[in-house]
Write a protein that binds this ligand. Structure first.
Ligand SMILES: [Zn+2]
Length: 442
């Protein structure tokens, strides 16, 4: 654990207290009163809000906050400030992935796939791997994650979040949903003898009373968002269309949304297509996850209601079945209708956020692999970067605090060597990461 020690040493050097647990602050701040000043010289700055990058900028950071951003020619750096020279790099806000699963590891079907996670692994083993997933995200410049359920690991995400905020382990700011909600017959484990009472990857409810109770339980145990599975599985219908099984009724999703909004929080709905996606929208869910096949009428409804769209494209290009199998045909239909939906939504002006479903993809793979798909499907590189910075921050109700390099924001700052506006794959080359005012990778 040399790296961890190195991190703590860095934190100590930067005047950051890491020994006192801080579980009360939602943004995980550990700055002491004698906060140190750091000056970053940025050759090029993409700040998250400006239409064009700015050249030769100076960012002044005190403690865990950015205090000023301005032209190098006019900036006044305090005499005692530490200077970090990123004059040859492109500096950006820390990135936000709004759809991850730190408790999943992209399981190889040959090694038992999803099921072994719940059947064979001690929760401590899963928590250890989730800790590494968080570290990995930070190394790749993702300083905030909305983690969309623990897949049978209960409230494990709340504990990981507390450990990060307390300074015990390195990791991004986490927005967690805990257990997620689906219905009987709407989530794995599946396919076991009916006599067996198998564990499930989500909290299953039937009826609006149970739905509301599940939301209350999860919210009272630390959920920042509520995650609902509005569809389950998918296959190709008789006319070659994508079909997915609806799960919650309209009454059930309405009970959850009503309860969650009452707590001032939001609901993310996994919804592939059809009836389930329609119920998610009619039930006023806040974000549609995946949205593989969205009709024109549904896009119009999303615009009217201000619904967010988190497409997670890359994950649907992994592990395709053979072309002559039912699964293989489904995989190909999913990818093609998804492309169509994304393009229509983009053109219509639906609010699109960056999300990957990491965990469904092994954490050893680059998180930034989602960017090139968004650009290939018609987003400008700047829009794609915004989807993972200012846009995502807006969805998380943290505008001005994260996803932006501006005075008052948390000092979550990254850098890549080249120009991501010329080649968006540059986002996979993050070489510098500052999180909460502390240099994590340099
Ligand atoms: Zn997911």
């Amino acid at each position: 654990m040399k790296c961890l020690q190195a991190l703590f040493l860095l934190m100590a050097v930067a005047g950051i207290a890491q020994t006192t647990p801080n579980t009360t602050g939602t943004m995980g701040t550990h700055a002491t009163s004698e906060a140190k000043t750091i000056v970053i010289r940025a050759g090029t700055l993409i700040d998250g809000t400006s239409a064009q990058p700015k050249r030769n900028q100076v960012i002044v950071i005190r403690g865990n906050r950015i205090v000023s951003v301005g032209d190098a020619s006019s900036a006044q750096a305090p005499a005692d400030a530490q200077t970090i020279d990123l004059g040859q790099a492109t500096v950006l806000p820390g990135l936000i992935d709004t759809h991850t699963h730190i408790f999943l590891q992209g399981e190889d079907p040959a090694e038992g796939g999803y099921d072994v996670q719940l059947l064979k692994y001690p929760v401590s083993f899963r928590a250890a791997r989730a800790t590494m997933a968080c570290r990995r995200a930070l190394e790749e410049g993702f300083t905030t994650l909305r983690d969309l359920e623990t897949e049978g690991a209960g409230y494990g995400d709340v504990g990981i979040k507390e450990a990060i905020e307390g300074g015990y382990i390195p990791g991004p700011r986490l927005f967690v949903v805990t257990r997620a909600i689906s219905t009987t017959g709407g989530y794995p484990l599946e396919g076991f003898a009916p006599e067996l009472d198998m564990p499930k990857g989500a909290q299953l409810i039937d009826g609006p009373v149970e739905a509301r109770k599940a939301a209350r339980e999860q919210l009272s145990n630390g959920a920042d968002w509520i995650k609902v599975y509005m569809t389950h599985r998918s296959w190709v219908g008789k006319d070659g269309e994508l079909v997915s099984q609806p799960t919650l009724t309209l009454e059930e999703i309405k009970a959850i949304v009503d309860e969650t909004h009452g707590w001032g929080k939001k609901v993310a709905c996994h919804a592939y297509s059809g009836i389930g996606l329609q119920r998610a929208l009619d039930g006023s869910c806040d974000s549609i996850e995946h949205g593989l096949q969205i009709s024109d009428a549904q896009i119009a409804q999303m615009l009217k209601q201000g619904t967010w769209y988190c497409p997670t494209i890359a994950v649907y290009f992994t592990d395709w079945g053979a072309a002559d199998t039912a699964d293989g045909q489904r995989d190909r239909v999913r990818a093609s209708v998804h492309e169509e939906s994304f393009k229509k939504a983009l053109k219509a002006g639906v609010k699109i956020v960056f999300g990957t479903d990491m965990g469904g993809i092994p954490w050893t793979e680059p998180i930034a692999q989602e960017f090139p798909y968004m650009v290939q499907y018609g987003m400008s590189p700047m829009e794609a970067i915004r989807s993972a910075t200012t846009r995502a921050a807006e969805m998380l109700d943290k505008s001005g605090k994260i996803g932006v390099v501006a005075p008052g924001a948390f000092a979550d700052i990254i850098a890549v060597p080249g120009d991501p506006l010329k080649d968006i794959r540059e986002m996979e080359q993050v070489r510098f990461v500052m999180h909460n005012g502390v240099v994590f990778k340099d």
